[in-house]
Design a protein around this ligand. Structure first.
Ligand code: SF4
Ligand SMILES: [Zn+2]
Length: 338
């Protein structure tokens, strides 16, 4: 949809810059699972020129370009970022290396740098996770890489939602092509799916996320549901400021996890960003912490009983909203309109 693509580009063009190309964006440690064991994972975000798609237009909810350089970052600077970031590394078993774009896009991370980073991490860690758009997955560059998992941000398996709500710039078939190459090479696949992209009601969003999980089940080992959060200089932020978008209820995230849990052999998880705040998924405020904890515990253990435990009077309200919002013409916060 040309109009949506152009509108997102106009909003994204306003973000601040420049940044220092010698400085990585961030590192932190988080919990993850390796061979059924809960372990520490080292996360490193490199500063690159930014996502190729974001530079052309971008996804409706993504503000990653805010941290990017927009100009190509030199090989030596990327290697310096990596070297400095690795000073924070203390032998965590998993290393996740993200670029706020695509690790396999050679305009972001030249092949030589990709190879050096992967070689170094293969010596030090038990598992490496990188993220990329599907068009950068090619058989040639990936043969012989061990202990690798590739994260693909599909967001939705519905092409209409991909085009008209997310402005993803690729279709389900592109994801399937990339995931099939990875599967053939014995490389693990992690798939990100969104909960409540813009222009979907709360109920439609639950359905879309669950149906998407069913569609990708044969192509992935892990599904990570990302409830949409409001990032700066995005279409979602504009809609949110106009009262035309409410981030998903945490109950919706619980429901999506619960329904997707029946997909056998997959690891289902969610690590909501900005959970419990107005810019992330939230409930009534009283139960948010408890529900977020339940989501975290379930994600690590896959034990469904964690999702059954929390209860709150706002759950009835959420159910009412699922039933009445189809009579309204807004995806904004109905509670503010009543
Ligand atoms: S969500 Fe991913 S593909 Fe979309 S603009 Fe952001 S970094 Fe690029
Ligand atoms: Zn509550």
């Amino acid at each position: 949809m040309r109009e949506l693509t152009d509108r997102i580009k106009t909003i994204g063009d306003k973000h601040p810059r420049p940044r220092n190309p010698k400085e990585y964006i961030s590192t932190w440690i988080e919990k993850d699972v390796l061979d059924e064991e809960i372990v520490d994972a080292f996360v490193l975000i490199l500063r690159t020129r930014g996502c190729a798609w974001a530079l052309k237009s971008g996804c409706s909810m993504c503000g990653y370009l805010n941290d990017a350089q927009k100009k190509k970052v030199e090989e030596k600077d990327l290697l310096l970022q990596f070297e400095n970031a690795m000073k924070q590394y203390s032998n965590e078993k998993i290393v996740k290396i993200y670029t706020s774009g695509s690790f396999f896009d050679e305009e972001e991370v030249p092949k030589n740098v990709q190879d050096k980073i992967l070689k170094k991490l293969a010596e030090k860690s038990k598992k490496i996770i990188v993220e990329t758009r599907p068009e950068f997955v090619t058989r040639k560059g990936l043969e012989g890489i061990e202990n690798l998992e590739v994260a693909l941000g599909l967001e939705s398996a519905n092409d209409f939602v991909l085009e008209n709500s997310i402005n993803k710039g690729f279709k389900l078939k592109d994801y399937i092509k990339a995931a099939s190459i990875l599967k053939d090479l014995g490389i693990g696949v992690k798939t990100y799916l969104l909960v409540k992209p813009p222009f979907l009601s709360e109920r439609e969003a639950i359905l879309d996320a669950v149906n998407s999980a069913k569609t990708v089940a044969d192509y992935t080992q892990t599904i990570s549901f990302n409830p949409v959060n409001v990032q700066r200089f995005t279409l979602v932020e504009k809609l949110w400021r106009n009262g035309e978008y409410r981030t998903p209820w945490l109950w919706s995230v619980v429901e999506v996890l619960r329904q997707s849990r029946t997909l056998k052999g997959l690891r289902i998880m969610s690590s909501p960003t900005a959970g419990g705040t107005k810019k992330g998924p939230f409930n009534c405020g009283k139960c948010d912490k408890e529900v977020l904890k339940a989501i975290e515990e379930f994600s690590l253990t896959q034990d469904i009983s964690y999702l059954d435990a929390p209860d709150c009077e706002c759950k009835n309200l959420w159910e009412d909203i699922l039933n009445i919002e189809c009579f309204t013409k807004t995806q904004g916060d109905l509670l503010k309109l009543i």
